[in-house]
Design a protein around this ligand. Structure first.
Ligand SMILES: [Zn+2]
Length: 392
């Protein structure tokens, strides 16, 4: 076996995630901000590649030119492709006394897929789960009405281009000021704009008006019951208390118990390499969601990937239904739904358990009565001791 191929084998299946991780390690040991940003950009470029580096390397071991990759990053990539490891980065970490910090960041990068790995999983016939082709509509995205950039019409057009039958615009509710939360007065105007889009597109496409409500410290939402009732779909998601070490099971159970909530969105609020998000007894949360017909989201934003496939398979065992969403803030980011689909395939979740694969009439029936989606498997949870709280 050629030297570089032996190294790739050692680096594991998702070689771009391994390389991206080392480049991020290198970014965080730099003393110059400029160099730090350079290595971060390089990591982002590798993680966003459509193909694994192992397929891009020539027969003689040479790398193609990749935008955003300088000589320092190229040396790191070469080392990993040749040996499966990166002594250059490990040495830099120890030299700068950053071992503890970097190990923590590595722990917070577990179970994140690179774009190339997402594409591989989508076409791997070894998985029988949901396909991109059958995906009918995306149920979390942001428009110009909160912190996203597209108009609702641009969203509908982009979704149609992706072959979707429906989608939900889910801007932030007014309680989340930092994300440009939408006032209820604006929500009335947005509804008019959405009605216009639906009138123009007719039976070809249905745009729903959803809202991403913020879960407060006690598990309550940032809008009243009457306000929640004006939307077609209510997502609840945590955006605070995401770096704490205490158990927040009761907070998540309270959010799921809210009668308006249909999707628990980015359930942990984790961020790649930066924070673990909410700690809870997730098996208890999943059991309650399954019983109430609340869908557990797999958020496909590459920095979130929340739930990831390991936790999603526990939600599958609990009998949950799922939502696979992009959490897009631009129309280009609608492709993030593919990350969510890849995790669902890895977790072996049947397409029938995923609301984005349901025809519109079934989706609407579930939105009006979530218990119409009854548990599809017996919950396996028997104990809810606090000792069961997951440590990431
Ligand atoms: Zn959110």
């Amino acid at each position: 076996m050629a030297k570089h191929l032996a190294g790739i084998a050692k680096a594991g299946a998702d070689v771009n995630a391994v390389v991206g991780g080392y480049l991020r390690d290198l970014a965080f040991v730099q003393s110059s901000q400029q160099k730090m940003f350079g290595y971060k950009r390089a990591a982002a470029a590798i993680l966003a590649l459509d193909l694994p580096l192992s397929e891009l390397v020539g027969p003689d071991g040479t790398l193609p030119r990749i935008a955003g990759i300088g000589p320092g990053s190229t040396r790191v990539i070469r080392e990993i492709l040749d040996t499966g490891q990166c002594p250059t980065v490990e040495h830099a970490i120890d030299e700068r006394g950053k071992r503890t910090d970097i190990e923590e960041r590595r722990r917070l990068r577990q179970h994140f897929l690179s774009r190339a790995e997402v594409r591989r999983v989508l076409t791997d016939s070894g998985f029988t789960g949901p396909t991109l082709h059958q995906y009918r509509g995306d149920l979390q995205m942001h428009s110009e009405w909160s912190d996203g950039s597209p108009t609702v019409r641009e969203i509908a057009d982009a979704c149609l281009q992706r072959g979707y039958h429906y989608a939900a615009v889910t801007d932030h509710s007014y309680g989340l000021k930092i994300a440009g939360g939408m006032s209820m007065a604006d929500a009335v105007q947005q509804r008019i704009a959405i009605d216009e889009v639906n009138a123009q597109l007719g039976h070809r496409f249905k745009l729903l008006q959803g809202i991403e409500a913020n879960i407060d410290a006690d598990g309550q939402l940032d809008l009243t019951d009457d306000e929640a009732a004006t939307f077609d779909l209510v997502l609840a998601a945590p955006h605070s208390r995401l770096r704490r070490s205490d158990d927040q099971t009761s907070r998540m159970l309270a959010a799921i118990a809210h009668p308006a909530v249909r999707i628990l969105a980015h359930p942990r609020g984790r961020m790649s390499g930066s924070r673990a998000g909410v700690l809870a007894n997730w098996d208890a949360v999943f059991a309650s969601a399954a019983q109430r017909g609340v869908a557990i989201e797999i958020d496909g934003d590459p920095a979130r990937q929340d739930l990831d496939h390991t936790l999603a398979s526990r939600a599958r065992d609990a009998g949950c239904i799922f939502a696979l969403d992009s959490d897009a803030h631009t129309t280009a980011q609608l492709s993030y739904a593919e990350t969510a689909i890849a995790h669902a395939r890895l977790a072996r979740i049947p397409a029938d358990r995923i609301v984005n694969y349901w025809p519109l009439d079934r989706l609407l029936a579930w939105l009006s009565n979530p218990r119409s989606a009854r548990p599809l498997a017996r919950p396996t949870v028997t104990a809810t001791r606090s000792a069961d709280v997951d440590r990431p």
